[in-house]
Design a protein around this ligand. Structure first.
Ligand code: ADP
Length: 484
């Protein structure tokens, strides 16, 4: 007898999701894609941990979940998401009630394998208790990478979940979920997973590799990145594994949350503005300069303001900036930077701000409201990433009439063109400086600048467009017979 399938229903599993917890773009995607899929008529459930400080949702179920020798009573809190989607927050204080999501001071928690295997088990167990299976299990990044592996192994003959098609989305290949192989028995997997065609990766196991090998279909978050990760330069050692599955790998550009990021209705900016009337942007510029304690007189307002909101890591091009710091001080521009990350980059920006308190503002921390104000108040947004799976900030920038200066890579190359921003191809300090200099020169030409702003502001970066592409992938996965 064919098993009962809940038509057009998707179970998503991710380690972070807005509005509950966020460290990066993954959470933005999980905040926006589920409602967009729901608007297309899909039944969407997102399962994510109930980290410290998350109070949303009401307890709907509680039952024991076991991973290896670790057993805990998990609480399942259901919270509504917009447009009829729902979230289930997995409560397990031993695993999730901690200072941070993944680790502190750049050191991962030593039991992350267990923490995220538990998340996946809990999510699958919730689904297994329903009378009808989700038609698709869609999982994100290494933290959920064992879901397709569990479906192939633990749940192979399961009456509800057996044979469920999976989609695995890679948001960032740099994070591979690598653990010592002795974790295998501790996450209920056999030693037969410890082979090169399964989870083994250079003497360790990789949750990412498990997801790549076992998912029915793979996606990544921009078409360019889908190509790049199949090359040795940007494949992080996974290019061969990905090339082997290239027929099943598709790039779908992320959308942005166009309600949350809308200069015409942004609660974090002093005056709304739009492509038709950009006058409110000046108020945001004054406000951001003041927030940073930088001069905000008429001269300062006339001077181009360069913004950055970013994790301060090599990926985001901070190594290039470090080499250019002397040159930046000489530019006829002001800078406002917000971010956290590697101590050397935090220290660099703090030192630059101390050296030029009239021109450079640095804020080390995570501040959603300030991120909005910078997007609105800056004239230029700097995003010189070495690699960029999709990138959201360049799209926010364009929507706010803030001109991006980007390295032509991944999603940056897919979204920024000479009509909307400044692009450099060579990943080198002179190339970055060249693009920034061109941008600053252009700032003096009001007509050209306005044309760039308007071209960016009127683009469609909505999730509705992306969600339709995900639905096509789900439909394609549903037509697949099971992978052997
Ligand atoms: P990534 O996911 O690689 O960090 P993205 O550009 O895809 O990069 O997404 C980053 C998201 O995180 C954006 O929404 C950005 O505004 C936000 N962000 C990053 N650092 C900070 C910070 N220090 N304060 C506020 N928001 C931040």
């Amino acid at each position: 007898m064919a098993k009962k399938l809940n038509e057009r229903s998707v179970l998503q599993i991710a380690s972070e999701a807005l509005p509950f917890a966020k460290t990066g773009g993954l959470a933005d995607v999980l905040g926006a894609l589920p409602p967009a899929l729901a608007r297309l008529g899909w039944d969407v459930t997102v399962v994510t941990p109930r980290y410290r400080g998350v109070t949303a949702g009401s307890l709907v179920e509680r039952f024991p979940v076991t991973v290896g020798g670790f057993a805990a009573d998990a609480g399942f809190f259901e919270a509504p998401l917009p447009d009829g989607a729902r979230a289930i927050l997995v409560d397990c204080p031993d695993l999730y009630d901690r200072d941070a999501l993944y680790g502190v001071d750049n050191v991962d928690y030593t039991d992350n394998a267990r923490r995220f295997a538990f998340l996946v088990r809990a999510a699958l167990e919730v689904a297994a208790r329903r009378a009808a299976a989700p038609s698709i299990v869609h999982v994100h990044d290494w933290q959920a990478g064992v879901a397709p592996v569990y479906l192939r192994t633990l749940y192979a003959g399961h009456p509800v979940l057996g044979g469920t098609r999976t989609v695995f989305t890679i948001h960032n290949l740099a994070y591979q979920g690598l653990f010592e192989p002795d974790w295998l028995p501790r996450i209920d997997l056999g030693w037969d997973e410890f082979t090169v065609d399964r989870m083994e990766y250079w003497s360790r196991i990789s949750f990412l590799k498990g997801g790549i090998n076992d998912a029915t279909l793979l996606t990544t978050v921009s078409p360019r990145y889908a190509e790049e990760i199949q090359t040795p330069q940007l494949g992080f050692g996974f290019d061969g594994i990905l090339r082997a599955r290239r027929a099943d790998l598709v790039g779908i550009l992320n959308g942005i949350d166009t309600h949350e990021w809308d200069p015409a209705g942004d609660r974090f900016i002093p005056r709304p503005y739009s492509a038709d009337d950009l006058s409110g942007k000046a108020a945001a510029k004054a406000a951001v300069l003041e927030r940073y304690g930088l001069p905000s007189d008429a001269d300062a307002l006339k001077r181009p303001l360069v913004g950055m909101v970013s994790r301060m890591v090599d990926q985001k091009g901070f190594d290039l900036i470090a080499e250019l710091s002397e040159d930046l001080l000489r530019l006829e521009a002001s800078f406002v930077v917000l971010g956290t990350g590697d101590a050397r980059y935090q220290d660099l920006w703090t030192a630059l701000a101390a050296e030029r308190p009239d021109r450079i503002g640095a804020r080390i921390g995570f501040d959603e409201a300030l991120a909005h104000l910078i997007e609105a108040g800056a004239d230029l947004f700097l995003m010189p990433s070495r690699f960029e799976p999709c990138g959201l900030n360049q799209m926010y920038s364009m929507r706010y009439g803030t001109i991006p200066v980007v390295h032509a890579v991944g999603g940056l190359a897919d979204t920024v063109t000479p009509k909307t921003g400044f692009v450099f191809t060579d990943y080198s300090p002179p190339a970055l400086l060249g693009a920034l200099t061109r941008a600053l020169e252009c700032f003096g030409n009001r007509q050209r600048w306005l044309a760039l702003q308007r071209a960016g502001m009127t683009q469609d970066f909505s999730w509705d467009r992306s969600a339709k592409e995900y639905v096509k992938i789900y439909e394609r996965a549903l037509k697949r017979t099971r992978r052997a």
